[in-house]
Every structure is written in structure tokens, then in C-alpha cells.
Write a protein that binds this ligand. Structure first.
Ligand SMILES: NC(=O)C1=CN([C@@H]2O[C@H](COP(=O)(O)OP(=O)(O)OC[C@H]3O[C@@H](n4cnc5c(N)ncnc54)[C@H](O)[C@@H]3O)[C@@H](O)[C@H]2O)C=CC1
Ligand SMILES: O=C(O)CCC(=O)C(=O)O
Length: 377
């Protein structure tokens, strides 16, 4: 059917793995090079953050955005929000390559999708970046309340991770108490730093790792104030330290053949998206007796908040839904146990069933079918 298209393009289409749409964004005047991927809009318009990272190649950026947007489809289904899966990546160094005009250009590309994609912060991007983008489009979430948003979405994300850690501790240690345990936190950014702080406040001890020295110094000072410890680990030492729980809060793919061999923890639960490099790594963790908290269940707090923003934001509702990550995760653990499958397989099955059920009612999002979305278009 696509024989007339050259080999390269055919390969690109093959890579889409069931995605609906990919948009390549190029604006030489601001230096913007970005990719927006919309995975699936069965449940509603695509919603997902925008990551900025100095990808070494276009292929690497594409691979990341395809994986991240697919994950959002599952995250939206699990969190029971009426949105589909999408994500964006901007190719560039967040420390050097940002400018308000670059984010305005990005906003224009988002706007061109006419309400099929809503976006906000992720790794490497901040609320300030999206204040710029929101000058060009209404399809921006996670900006400060003064700009009509719900504020920093990493706050509920971190809270959800802490509830996820409680649920995980309950299964592994028989109590959901966070105190008296040792956690390895990889990445002290918007989410990781807040998780670290809450764990210290609860009486935990930490190992921490970040390439940003300021973040490490900051959490060590906070640990001192709170009477806990936050021992620094070099980036390659995080996998081999002995602790109760590994809490990945930086990038994906960190659970792989190499790291599973090194891990000396009883559980893995953190905010990073796409923690398992491949599905088989969930099986390898299970075999090793390490409990894995599926990433998109644990890190859904930010999504819950930004989705709520689009319905008309209510803080109490967001808090209640974020807290329910505790029970959702316990359900997934129970189901995985009953079916003797991995926790990620149990989570995937749950989401795929929810999407399939909805598909019987509608298969493709359009504004005319869902007039309620007019509010933000
Ligand atoms: N911000 C949010 O609300 C949500 C974030 N996530 C995911 O959580 C993860 C963290 O997100 P954010 O905190 O927003 O990102 P961020 O960009 O604020 O923080 C990431 C941190 O990781 C550090 N880092 C980079 N390379 C590292 C390495 N080799 N070793 C240790 N640390 C390293 C960075 O210096 C930075 O401090 C990402 O995977 C993101 O996709 C998932 C759901 C929502
Ligand atoms: O947290 C956000 O701002 C949006 C949701 C998202 O991109 C994510 O959960 O990865």
C-alpha cells in the first residue's frame, strides 16, 4: 500500500507502533526542533508533558517521545481521566538552549493541532517555559494559578509517589510506614527533591544521586535540619547500593539487564517514566524477588492535576484522586499475585481492558463528539 513512499518513510511509519500521529516541529529562527507524538485518543484528546533533553540524535528523540506518549495512554486509562496519550520532546539542553521565543514557537505548533494535544511540564521544562507557550495557545496546562492553571504539577506527582511508596512498603514489609527505611533516590529535580524531602520528614534515611550538585547540597542541608541522612552516590553507584527501595526520579530505561544484576533493594517505586527498558525486565525483577511499582500508576499525580485543570480545577478533588494511588497500586499488586504475572503486566491488562471497553462507544476523539472540551479550545 505504501510502496510509492521511499524506504526511509516506510521505516518511520513502521516505528509508529500504533501511534495515531507524529508532528515534527522545526523553527530555525528560534532554534526549536521538537517532536509531538499522539499515541491514542480513544479516551479523549491527547494530554502529556513536554520534555527538553539534549538527545544525541533524532532517532533517540523519536524513540523517547513514542515510548512516553504510549505510556500516557496507559496512565490516563489507569487514572480514569478522559484523555488520551500524547507527549512532546524538544531537542536541546535545558541549561543552555531555552528562550521564551523558543517556547512560543512550540506553543504555535501545539495550537496547530487544534485541541488534539494539551501539554505542560516534564523533565527539563518548567512552569515559566509554559507561560511563554501559553501566549500562543490555550492548550497548555500546569502553569501557575495566577495564569489560570493549577500550579506546579510536580507537587501532586511527588505526593502520589509517596503514597505509592507507602503501598509498596505495606506489601513488602507488612506496614506502610515510611520511617526507619532506606531509599535510594535517583534525580533530585522537580519531583525527586520533593519526594526526598517528604521521606526525610517521615523519618527515612536516603541515598541520593544527581548530576546537579546544588540539588544534592540542598537535600543534604534539609536532611541535617530534619535529623535524617542523605548520603551522596555517584551516578553509576546508585544501582549497587544496599537499601530498602530504589526510587528512580530521573530518566527511563534504568531497569535493564545490567542494573537488575546489581540491585540490592526489595522494591522499585519512583516517578521516572518508562523505568523498564523492556517488558522482560519486569519479569527479571519478579524473578529476583524485587517488587516493581508500575511507573504510570505511581507517577499519575501530575496528570491527575493537569486533567482536572481542564475540567475546572478543584484542589480537594486532585488531592483525593492522588491519594487513591495507594489503593490502585495495592489492587495491581493483588491482581499480579492472583494471576502470577508481573505487576506491569497486571497494570497493562487493566488499562487495555478499560480502553477496549470505551472503544465500543467511540473510537476517535473529535471536538464535535465531546462539546465539553470547547472550554479550552
Ligand atoms: N514533573 C512531573 O510532574 C512528572 C514527572 N515524571 C517523570 O519523573 C522524572 C523526573 O521528572 P522531573 O522531576 O519533572 O524532571 P526534572 O528535570 O525536574 O529533574 C530531573 C533530575 O534528574 C537529574 N539527572 C539527570 N541525569 C541524571 C543522572 N545521570 N543521575 C542522577 N540524576 C540525574 C537532573 O539533574 C534533574 O535534577 C522524569 O522521568 C519525568 O518524565 C512523571 C510524571 C509527572
Ligand atoms: O505532569 C504533567 O505535567 C503532565 C503529565 C505527564 O506528562 C506525565 O505524567 O508524564
Amino acid at each position: 500500500m505504501i510502496k510509492h513512499i521511499g524506504y526511509e518513510q516506510e521505516t518511520l511509519l513502521d516505528k509508529m507502533h500504533g501511534h495515531e500521529q507524529i508532528v515534527f516541529c522545526n523553527d530555525p529562527s528560534t532554534g526549536l526542533r521538537a517532536i509531538i507524538a499522539i499515541h491514542n485518543t480513544t479516551l479523549g484528546p491527547a494530554l502529556g508533558g513536554c520534555r527538553m533533553f539534549p538527545y544525541s540524535s533524532m532517532d533517540e528523540a523519536l524513540e523517547d517521545v513514542l515510548r512516553l506518549s504510549r505510556g500516557m495512554t496507559y496512565k490516563c486509562a489507569a487514572a480514569d481521566v478522559d484523555f488520551g496519550g500524547g507527549k512532546a520532546v524538544i531537542i536541546g539542553d535545558p541549561l543552555k538552549d531555552k528562550s521564551p521565543s523558543l517556547f512560543r514557537a512550540f506553543g504555535q505548533f501545539v495550537d496547530s493541532l487544534n485541541g488534539r494535544f494539551y501539554t505542560g511540564t516534564d523533565m527539563g521544562t518548567s512552569m515559566e517555559d509554559f507561560i511563554s507557550a501559553s501566549k500562543e495557545t490555550n492548550c497548555i496546562v500546569g502553569v501557575p494559578e495566577a495564569y489560570g492553571g493549577g500550579g506546579d504539577s510536580s507537587v501532586p506527582t511527588a505526593l502520589g509517589v509517596v503514597y505509592g511508596l507507602r503501598a509498596t512498603n505495606k506489601v513488602v514489609f507488612g506496614t506502610d510506614d515510611l520511617a526507619g527505611r532506606t531509599y535510594i533516590i535517583q534525580g533530585l529535580g522537580k519531583v525527586g527533591y520533593k519526594v526526598a524531602e517528604q521521606l526525610l520528614e517521615a523519618g527515612a534515611d536516603l541515598y541520593v544521586s544527581d548530576i546537579n550538585e546544588e540539588a544534592v547540597k540542598g537535600i543534604q542541608a534539609r536532611a541535617k535540619e530534619l535529623g535524617g541522612t542523605a548520603q551522596f552516590l555517584e551516578k553509576n553507584d546508585v544501582y549497587k547500593a544496599e537499601a530498602d527501595v530504589f526510587v528512580p526520579c530521573a530518566f527511563g530505561g534504568i531497569i535493564n539487564d545490567d542494573t537488575i544484576d546489581q540491585l540490592k533493594v526489595k522494591a522499585v517505586a519512583g516517578s521516572a517514566n518508562n523505568q523498564l527498558l523492556l517488558q522482560k525486565h519486569g519479569e527479571a525483577l519478579k524473578k529476583k524477588g524485587i517488587l516493581y511499582a508500575p511507573d504510570y500508576i505511581v507517577n499519575a499525580g501530575g496528570l491527575i492535576q493537569v486533567a482536572d485543570e481542564l475540567y475546572t480545577y478543584n484542589k480537594e478533588r486532585v488531592l483525593a484522586k492522588t491519594k487513591s494511588i495507594y489503593t490502585s497500586l495495592l489492587e495491581i499488586y493483588k491482581q499480579a499475585d492472583l494471576d502470577d504475572i508481573t505487576t506491569s503486566q497486571a497494570a497493562d491488562r487493566f488499562c487495555e481492558k478499560r480502553i477496549q471497553d470505551r472503544k465500543e462507544h467511540n473510537s476517535f476523539f473529535t471536538h464535535t463528539k465531546r462539546p465539553k472540551w470547547e472550554i479550552r479550545k
